[in-house]
Design a protein around this ligand. Structure first.
Ligand code: IPM
Ligand code: MG
Length: 356
């Protein structure tokens, strides 16, 4: 099969980790006789520096023409403390999500036995945890208008907007995932306060009736935040709006032991995007110390969701597990022994795939 991939490394550690992901993609493609056609494009601060736009039109065209987008991270500290910056790297990510119609962000939260001791939670709490957070990605307060400041600059406002159609398609997607898993959906909202959340709940209650074989649970977001640390194993598929999903998935990712482990897939109307859920980690950029496993696991999601090649996806996951068992890991998850460099972990995983 021919695999046409748009490669968008972005900022910070993005280029280093994407390079390791590409090694795994090449190795598994070689083994199964697929032909990888990868082209690089600019996004984020790197694109602002080069052409003044965090998501240039040429990058968008490449994404539209590709079968999948492999994405690193964006963000640069030079913009973080400058509230007056006219253009920000994050706008590139939001523009990409909107223009590619990526309405669903799928973040699987799985635990790794060899990392249990790294979790901030006690092993018995985290052991059985295995859930999937489905975050709505192109609506809500991230995109609602109006947004801005009053004329005197003393008042600021954001607007949270959801249409029934936007809610309907993401809730249905959650049920489709639950059907293939442990058959439970948790709808997370703040229906006791927000009008948009009440529309979420009402829409979900209607759709629920079409899936009698699936248990539906409704939970306020504050309670869900608590439950993720108290009883993570109680979740199967969690579905929620854009900003709640942003916050809850950062929380969920660290209970597995390291933020550097969790991959994500963003799917929707056009080409799907695969990226680690952690950010650009600028303090580590260029040092060859960042954990590439979330990115390599995102490559596995790409084989599964974009190319429908589950065997290839599983071989990548097996190689990741083997690297952890062999202790070939970066400093964030290394036990007292030796920590390996980003590139060494990538090389080891590619070699494992080749020899398998
Ligand atoms: C994420 C990130 C982004 C978001 C930022 C970088 C705009 O935190 O993908 O979770 O808030 O969606
Ligand atoms: Mg986030």
């Amino acid at each position: 099969m021919k695999l046409v991939i748009a490669i968008l490394p972005g900022d910070g550690i993005g280029p280093e980790i994407v390079e390791q992901g590409m090694k795994a993609i090449q190795a598994v493609s070689h083994k199964y006789n697929h032909q990888v056609c990868g082209s690089h494009a600019l996004v984020g601060a790197a694109a602002i520096d080069a052409v003044g736009n965090p998501y240039p039109e040429t990058t968008h065209e490449l994404c539209m023409e590709s079968d999948a987008v492999f994405f690193g991270a964006i963000g640069d500290p030079k913009y973080d403390n400058d509230p007056s910056a006219k253009v920000r790297p994050e706008q590139g990510l939001l523009a990409m999500r909107k223009k590619l119609g990526l309405y669903a962000n799928i973040r699987p939260v799985t635990t790794f036995p060899s990392l249990l001791h790294q979790s901030p939670l006690r092993a018995e709490l985290i052991e059985q945890a295995d859930f999937m957070c489905i975050r709505e990605l192109t609506g809500g307060i991230y995109f609602g208008r109006p947004q801005g400041r009053s004329e005197d600059g003393e008042t600021a406002y954001d607007t949270c907007v959801y249409t029934r159609e936007e809610i309907d398609r993401i809730i249905r997607l959650a049920y489709r995932f639950a059907e293939k898993r442990r058959k439970k959906v948790t709808v997370v909202d703040k229906a006791n306060v927000l009008a948009t959340s009440r529309l979420w709940r009402q829409t979900a209650q209607e759709i629920e009736k079409e899936f009698p074989g699936i248990e539906t649970e409704y939970m306020f977001v504050d309670n869900a935040a608590m439950r993720i640390i108290q009883w993570p194993a109680s979740f199967d598929v969690m579905v929620t709006e854009n900003m709640f999903g942003d916050i809850l998935t950062d929380e969920a990712s660290v209970i597995t032991g390291s933020l550097g482990m969790l991959p994500s897939a963003s799917i929707g109307l056009h080409t799907s995007v695969f990226e680690p859920i952690h950010g650009s980690y600028p303090q580590a950029a260029g040092k060859n110390i960042a954990n590439p496993l979330a990115t390599i696991l995102s490559a596995a999601l790409m084989f599964e969701y974009a190319f429908n090649l589950p065997e290839e996806a599983n071989l990548i996951r097996e190689a990741v597990t083997a690297s952890m068992q062999a202790g070939i890991v970066t400093e964030d998850i290394a036990e007292k022994g030796k920590a390996y460099h980003t590139s060494e972990v990538g090389d080891w995983i590619a070699a494992y795939i080749k020899e398998k």
